[in-house]
Design a protein around this ligand. Structure first.
Ligand code: SF4
Ligand code: SF4
Length: 535
């Protein structure tokens, strides 16, 4: 009986904490969301020579070197100036091993001090400056590997030693805990026929133990120049062994993506991502390797718009896109390919995919405990009733951040922040109203809130009703339009007010619970919320 059969016969996908996995994955996705991405290959070489990567499968390797810190900082400043006010993310790797950069922690700090997102990907065979890097807190660290035992790992991570990788994984967990560093670690497990399922399951278990995301990907051949010839059926003798280990042939995978072309006319790698080599040169994208695909010799010398223009004018994208390789590398899902992979990898893979696709039950963590969203909302409501508004407020803040489509949390939070910051309270009410248009308590909430505080809103200005009334009377003859606007604002909130003392404020938070309006309303709120959240 082979090892694959042993696992299948047991019919087992051993239990791990899938909730932690799903939560970390969602958190990472949130962190990585940006309007434009830069991949900066800060080290132009690697300590390994993997056969699926150009560092290992090209006989003529590109020049090697490190990006100097001052050049790197100028890159960041240029990117910032060219995307004013935009959310940017910087990944400090491409074909090189960033852990080899002697100033990696300084590079990460340079990104973070500019308030941009930052991630690194490494093979973790060596990590001389791990302590300083953890302290510099990149948003994520990705560990790229392909096995749990050296007999399998070394076939596809040539010159590597997975025992060193595992030792460094433990060290990484140790430093993250020691420095309470807010870093998400993701293990990118490259799946080949040769490292599935036993190595796969063992690495999954280790990730569970260490609290790292286990993120398998079906391996493919890089760079795109080589992939083009592989899809065309022309394969160099030296590349055959690694292609034979792949779950799917490049040709089969590429062809399975053809039906999705109509929805993927452009390629994300050129649209929202710029790659920069260690020497400042700019390749067409992160998947190209050859010199013919360089679009600028020095990133600092060529404006962003011109780089984009050159990418879009480069004919190689056509070569790549006619073979659907852009969709393969940007992970466009292909049910046909997924079914073919499941056929080859068997029930363990099927069970894994099913588990990975489970929707996340979102939770919040408050005072060392975790709560489901509704559980948290119920707790907050109970705290309000008990008069513990500070705790209630912190729970509603967490719910609004974890579940931005939760109208009720926005509504209640508005009342709790109103005394301190009435503008924010009104913004929160506006969000609740947009999430569930026509919902009566939300519709009248602004008026109720203003009335409870004895104030009115005139344009963007908030004024005490008495002051607004005095001003309206005073300006009746000199500025009749402004005066009318003030009276309208007053009447909208206090229909019977005619000067004198403002009506007494009622600071109570009216009870509203979307659940009481039934699941259909909640579904509608969620779907509107999702629409609003879409970029
Ligand atoms: S570790 Fe990564 S960069 Fe280095 S050779 Fe392997 S795939 Fe390429
Ligand atoms: S179409 Fe291909 S070559 Fe062009 S940017 Fe996308 S992945 Fe790169």
């Amino acid at each position: 009986m082979n090892s694959h059969q042993a696992v299948v016969d047991q019919g087992v996908l051993p239990p791990i904490d899938t909730e932690v996995q799903l939560r970390l994955r969602t958190a990472l996705q949130k962190r990585q969301t940006a309007e434009f991405y830069y991949l900066i290959d800060v080290v132009g070489t690697c300590n390994l020579t993997c056969p699926s990567c150009p560092v290992g499968n090209y006989t003529s390797v590109s020049a090697k070197g490190l990006m100097p810190v001052d050049y790197f900082e100028r890159v960041l400043d240029k990117a910032k100036a060219e995307h004013p006010g935009k959310k940017l993310f910087f990944d400090l790797y491409n074909w090189g091993e960033p852990a080899l950069h002697p100033n990696l922690s300084k590079l990460i700090a340079a990104v973070k001090t500019r308030s941009f997102g930052c991630g690194i990907s490494c093979n973790l065979n060596v990590f001389p400056d791990m302590r300083a890097v953890v302290k510099s807190q990149p948003d994520y660290i990705r560990i790229s590997l392909s096995g749990y035992h050296n007999e399998t790992y070394q076939q596809t991570h040539r010159k590597g030693d997975v025992n060193r990788v595992k030792a460094n994984m433990y060290m990484l967990r140790h430093y993250i805990d020691l420095y309470k560093a807010d870093i998400i670690v993701q293990v990118g497990y490259h799946v080949y026929r040769t490292n599935f399922p036993n190595d796969f399951l063992a690495m999954r278990r280790l990730c569970d133990e260490l609290g790292f995301i286990f993120a398998p990907v079906i391996a493919s051949l890089m760079p795109v120049e080589k992939a083009v010839t592989a899809v065309d059926g022309v394969v160099a003798e030296a590349d055959k062994p690694v292609l034979d280990k792949m779950v799917l042939s490049m040709k089969e995978w590429a062809h399975s993506l053809a039906p999705y072309r109509k929805d993927h006319q452009d390629c994300q790698y050129r649209a929202v991502r710029t790659t920069i080599n260690y020497d400042g040169s700019v390749p067409l994208c992160c998947a190209t390797y050859e010199d013919a695909q360089i679009v600028a010799r020095d990133f600092l010398e060529v404006p962003h718009d011109e780089i984009q223009k050159r990418k879009y004018a480069h004919e190689f994208c056509g070569t790549c896109m006619t073979r659907n390789l852009d969709m393969m590398y940007t992970a466009v899902p292909s049910p046909k390919m997924e079914a073919a992979a499941a056929e080859i990898l068997g029930p363990v893979w099927r069970a894994y995919i099913e588990q990975a696709n489970q929707p996340l039950e979102r939770r919040i963590s408050w005072k060392d405990k975790t709560y489901g969203i509704q559980e948290g909302a119920d707790l907050a409501a109970a705290l309000v009733r008990r008069g513990d508004k500070a705790d209630a407020r912190s729970i509603y803040e967490l719910i609004c951040s974890e579940m931005p489509e939760h109208g009720d949390a926005h509504y209640h939070l508005a009342w709790l922040v109103a005394d301190e910051n009435i503008e924010r309270a009104l913004q929160l009410l506006e969000i609740a109203r947009k999430l569930l248009p026509g919902h009566p308590p939300y519709e009248r909430a602004e008026r109720d809130l203003l009335a409870s505080r004895g104030v009115v809103r005139v344009g963007k200005r908030i004024a005490r009703v008495q002051d607004a009334y005095n001003e309206a009377v005073e300006r009746e003859s000199t500025a009749p339009d402004e005066s009318r606007e003030l009276f309208v604002a007053i009447r909208g909130v206090f229909p019977d007010y005619n000067g004198g003392t403002a009506p007494p404020a009622s600071a109570s938070v009216p009870p509203v619970n979307v659940r009481s309006y039934g699941g259909r309303v909640m579904d509608r709120a969620k779907s509107i919320g999702r629409r609003l959240m879409r970029p």
